[in-house]
Design a protein around this ligand. Structure first.
Ligand code: ADP
Length: 497
């Protein structure tokens, strides 16, 4: 496999946008500083990007504040906002090839996935929320006494949004889509590893007619730019996706500043439960996808593969064979299933967890090492004989490391699945509707995928129980994150009915 990461394809896409996008203009950082962004295939620098800190966040917040308070965004008709969002979706589709290439170059995920999964899902999500823009309205309320009572569903104001690096475009969509559809203005802080595609699509949004100041994109690091956004007194709402550890930090910053409401989408250690009656070949394939998709860098990865004891040996043999067949290499090459991890920190963290698995006496079935000497490639790795108290069964590894655990009966697997502080998602693989129903209700998680995994339709809500987060994104549920409810009460002389 070492040869697989040589002879890299040079992406044919210019890197045009590297400055902050504030008030409709590309601008340098206030400090004049830049920071490098890398190609994870090689660890080499591909561009220097403006490095934001508190002053850039201040400028972006002022622009967003003005665009909210003075308009035009919240004052446009909902239909005008809807049309701009639809035009944006069309433009993204038109530039899809370039955007997919840029996403792969900066993130390392297979180009085929950028082009056929991430881009279409991005476009679909904006069209979905464009559809909501003109369907948001309040209620009339039958209160006691002679009063006319109604509710206004108003935009919440200036939204600060902090996103991670694992799905740079998708995370942009989940955050920006509902916020803008509801009439808010936004400051988006991208992950320091992946600043490029957000700047590109934000430019397209302005071409589609978005007024200046409505969407501002600032690149930079978490403890500087991110923390300034989370603690800003003029930001009315914070949405964050990232690690549970950082989620606690930003929630604290929001509380200590102006008590802005916070939506958090955090880590997970999701069970993938393969029941006794499962078709083993299909279960192996789905469990493999649930864990290895996106280099294992998914908050909802099926990272505890529970397999019933009666089929355990057969499953294990086939899961190992499937991992050995996984095609790792240059993500720009056709047929490649797995590219590099995002950066040297994540790469080393994954290798440390593999070492911990070996030391704790789990059985290393295959993989376990890096590939080549350049970039951040990790062998698809499978551990069997994993026990619940091992670190590899408890912590979020965020890499291509499958841990397989054996179970005897449904009650036991429910108890063990729920014995974690996380509660993001679960996979259930069974032909028995009663088993599926029992598990579906007993699992304390935000999403249960039954005989499928990682289905991310724009209309399906996503979010975590327990320490996997607060609130839901996507679907109708995300609208509440970006709306205030105003009750309006006035006396009426005589009730009309
Ligand atoms: P990871 O460890 O996977 O990089 P993080 O949760 O640290 O995940 O990062 C997710 C996002 O949170 C990134 O945009 C990052 O810059 C930002 N971030 C990191 N630390 C902070 C912080 N102290 N305050 C605000 N944002 C932060």
């Amino acid at each position: 496999t070492a040869a697989a990461v040589e002879d890299l394809i040079t992406p044919q896409v210019p890197i045009t946008y590297t400055k902050h996008l504030i008030n409709g203009q590309f601008v340098d950082a206030a400090s004049g500083k830049t920071f490098p962004t890398y190609d994870p295939r090689t660890g080499e620098v591909i561009a220097q990007v403006a490095e934001g800190d508190a002053e850039d966040i201040n400028r972006a917040v002022s622009a967003a504040r003005k665009a909210f308070d003075e308009g035009p965004w919240p004052k446009l008709t909902a239909y005008e906002r809807c049309k701009i969002i639809l035009r944006f979706a069309d433009l993204v589709e038109k530039h899809g090839d370039e955007l997919a290439a840029l996403e792969t170059w900066n993130n390392g995920k297979p180009y085929e996935q950028s082009a056929t999964a991430e881009l279409p899902t991005f476009v679909r999500l904006f069209r979905y929320y464009a559809g909501w823009a003109d369907k948001i309205h309040g209620l009339t309320v039958p209160a006691d006494g002679n009063y006319h009572v109604e509710t206004l569903h108003e935009p919440i104001g200036v939204a600060g949004q902090i996103i991670p690096w694992n799905f740079p475009l998708l995370m942009f969509a989940w955050k920006v889509g509902p916020a803008l559809a509801c009439g808010n203005t936004v400051i988006l802080k991208t992950a320091e590893q992946t600043p490029l595609t957000a700047l590109y699509v934000a430019k397209l949004f302005h071409e589609a007619g978005l007024p200046p100041g409505v969407l501002n994109v600032v690149s930079g690091y978490g403890p500087t730019a991110g923390a300034a956004l989370a603690s800003h007194m003029d930001v009315d709402k914070l949405a964050f996706t990232g690690s549970t550890e950082t989620g606690k930090v930003v929630l604290g910053l929001a509380a200590q500043s102006n008590l802005k409401p916070v939506t958090l989408e955090l880590g997970g250690k999701s069970p993938f439960i393969v029941c006794e009656d499962a078709d083993v070949d299909q279960a192996v394939e789905l469990a493999h996808f649930a864990l290895f998709f996106n280099q294992g860098q998914c908050c909802c990865a099926g990272s505890r593969t529970f397999v019933h004891e009666h089929i355990y040996d057969e499953f294990l043999e086939k899961a190992k064979a499937r991992a050995l067949k996984r095609v790792v290499g240059d993500p720009f090459k056709k047929g490649v299933e797995q590219g590099p991890q995002i950066d040297v920190e994540q790469f080393q963290k994954v290798l440390r967890y593999i070492k911990s698995g070996i030391e704790s006496k789990a059985t290393l079935e295959c993989g376990g090492d890096q590939i080549g000497s350049k970039g951040f490639f990790v062998q698809p790795t499978v551990f069997s004989n994993v026990q619940d108290d091992m670190l590899i069964a408890k912590d979020e590894i965020f890499g291509p490391v499958q841990t397989i655990l054996k179970f005897k009966d449904i009650d036991e697997v429910i108890r063990r699945s729920n014995a974690t502080h996380y509660g993001l998602a679960a996979g259930v693989f069974t032909k028995n509707v009663h088993t599926a129903n029992t598990l579906m209700r007993a699992l304390r998680v935000g999403t249960v995928w039954i005989n499928c995994f990682d289905v991310f339709d724009a209309a399906i809500p996503f979010g975590g129980y327990k320490m996997s987060g607060i609130g839901r994104e996507k679907g109708i549920y995300s609208l509440n994150n970006y709306l205030q409810v105003k009750a309006v009460v006035s006396p009426v002389k005589k009730p009309a009915w």
